[in-house]
Write a protein that binds this ligand. Sequence first.
Ligand SMILES: [Zn+2]
Length: 189
Amino acid sequence: MGTYGCHELEYVRTDRNGTKIFHDNNCPRCAGYGFLEKWANTGKVCFECGGTGLRPRPKVVKFYTDEYRAKLDARKAARDAKILADNPPPTEVELQARAREAMMTIWENQGFSRNGSGFIHYGNTYPNRDALRKGGGRWCQFLKAYIAPAPISGLCGVKIRQTSTDELCNANGYIDLDKAFGMFCDELT
Ligand SMILES: [Zn+2]
């Protein structure tokens, strides 16, 4: 039996599966030597074991028979298969549905409805801000306007224009700076 250190592995016992159990007594720092020449400038003696070269408690090392190792591998494979069967990874369709849901939530957080439609409320919005928020409006700093899922009527000086996430958002669902600025310059001023 090979061992990395100065002291040979110490045979302890063989269990009923044929597994041979050994103790490795080598200090993990000095590999059992107790002192090393390369530590000359700090006194050579290993400060982990104090020079004995031994671990405080031996490390258990097991050697399986090929037969028992194959059995253990088969058991692990069966366990892994069961875990996978109990928690199957999401299908491509499920992943797409989740991504779609996430995008709809991003739209919603910006004032659009979940189907992607929205209404830009612009003009004299500041005095009407409470009513705009109450109606689900979200301030868009690029447009300098509120986007709401439905038109909020009866607000003095507030004009309404219908829009959509197709018109304003990028592929990740966020309002696109260039699209918003384009609209701001062309129409909303
Ligand atoms: Zn040591």
